[in-house]
Design a protein around this ligand. Structure first.
Ligand SMILES: Cc1cc2nc3c(=O)[nH]c(=O)nc-3n(C[C@H](O)[C@H](O)[C@H](O)COP(=O)(O)O)c2cc1C
Length: 377
């Protein structure tokens, strides 16, 4: 399951990461990327290298045989999620596979229940505070529950609440740095971005000290946002994190579940091509500059008809503002760069070609440089 060493390692080994029942050989979680950017192929590939592979649950059915326009979108999501979990498991029988379930989606509870009942070993949950997550995960107490938070205050509140109501603690917590992460960001407004109080270097040591002093390190802290190379991982561990979550780094891989045009957009991205958009979920989001964001940011017309009722609270559905996020993300995943929204972390422009997940792990673990290739065809 762990990476084979093809050449002598030039780097010291990384410590394994314990989350609940699981010992993860390589302390790397692959960040959930919706819509269907991280599905069974990417998740299994990461799990096979000894990290945690994460399937993003949001709107999974849209590119599946289960979705029919106007029919039961939520039922189709359940079927698509079961299929993704089964396929990932078949590709990685011994790896650790989890599911990212966002609190902000309408079928959050169904996605968590389906994941837990169908063998997900971990639920990673953000885009809102997952206050009721343990309630939906009782069918398998071994499934690790990992909330995503963006401050010490949120971490304290959540741990207290879970302990009081459910007599359980989070098995780990992911801190997501809104200054660097991709997708929805854990601050209310874009003006709060880049504040030092939300920065990795400020918050991770606070969280690590809190976990050590209050919970004897039983809640390992994992940091996310802008982690790209071994230097970033070593820095995160030095700050007190026990592991990292990486998403954008895995986009330009053979195994990433998005269309080649989606990956090519990253290879072509130039300095200044990362923008912040207002999402219908009421949060800022970090995205790659595309025709879609150009139109959106200059106040032009983008698709606003709701195709899936995916969000619990949605400015597009309720106020006819912003855009249909399920449609925009789905279009991008399908390769429609004109009309699609491409989420990205701050490192978007570092991609120079396509690599395999194995190569990335060889680089991170053993210092063997990746050899990015042009996308064939
Ligand atoms: C294309 C893309 C889609 C994402 N979708 C989700 C998602 O569905 N749910 C979620 O919790 N986070 C999502 N994220 C955030 C990542 O899981 C991750 O925490 C973050 O991007 C880490 O920063 P990095 O991309 O710099 O590594 C997404 C990020 C990207 C780049």
């Amino acid at each position: 399951m762990t990476t084979q060493i093809d050449a002598p390692s030039t780097l010291p080994p990384l410590p394994p990461l314990r989350i609940g029942e699981y010992t993860i050989p390589v302390p790397i979680l692959q960040g959930g990327m919706g819509v269907r950017v991280s599905a069974h192929r990417l998740a299994a590939a990461v799990a096979n290298e000894g990290g945690v592979g994460i399937i993003a649950a949001v709107a999974l059915s849209l590119a599946s045989r289960y979705y029919e326009k106007g029919k039961d979108y939520y039922r189709a999501n359940v079927k698509a999620l079961i299929e993704e979990l089964e396929t990932a498991r078949a590709l990685s029988p011994n790896g650790i596979i989890g599911v990212n379930c966002m609190v902000a989606i309408r079928d959050f509870e169904a996605m968590v229940r389906t994941s837990v009942e169908n063998g997900a070993q971990m639920i990673v949950s953000g885009a809102g505070l997952p206050l009721r997550l343990p309630e939906f995960a009782t069918s398998n107490p071994k499934t690790a529950l990992v909330p995503i938070i963006s401050s010490l205050r949120a971490a304290k509140l959540l741990a207290k609440r879970w302990h009081k109501l459910y007599k359980r603690l989070p098995d780990a917590m992911v801190f997501e740095d809104p200054n660097r992460a991709g997708g929805h960001l854990g601050v209310k407004t874009a003006s709060q971005l880049f504040a030092k109080e939300y920065d990795t270097d400020t918050v991770v040591p606070e969280l690590a000290e809190w976990s050590r002093s209050e919970y004897a390190d039983e809640i390992p802290i994992i940091t996310a946002g802008g982690v790209w190379d071994r230097h970033d991982i070593d820095h995160a561990l030095a700050l007190g994190a026990k592991g990292v979550q990486m998403a954008s780094r895995f986009i330009c891989t053979h195994e990433c579940d998005a269309h080649d045009h989606f990956k090519q957009a990253f290879i072509d991205a130039k300095e200044g091509d990362v923008v912040i958009v207002d999402s219908p979920a009421g949060l800022p989001g970090r995205a790659l500059k595309t025709s879609f964001t150009n139109t959106l940011l200059r106040g032009g017309e983008v698709a606003t008809h709701c195709i899936a009722t995916c969000l619990e609270a949605c400015r597009c559905r309720e106020e006819k503002e912003t855009f249909c996020i399920a449609l925009a993300l789905h279009r991008a995943q399908q390769g429609d760069m004109e009309n699609g929204l491409v989420f990205t972390g701050s490192n978007a422009t570092r991609h120079t070609g396509i690599v395999s997940v194995k190569e990335i792990f060889q680089e991170l673990l053993h210092g063997i440089p990746v050899r990015p290739m042009p996308i064939p065809g």
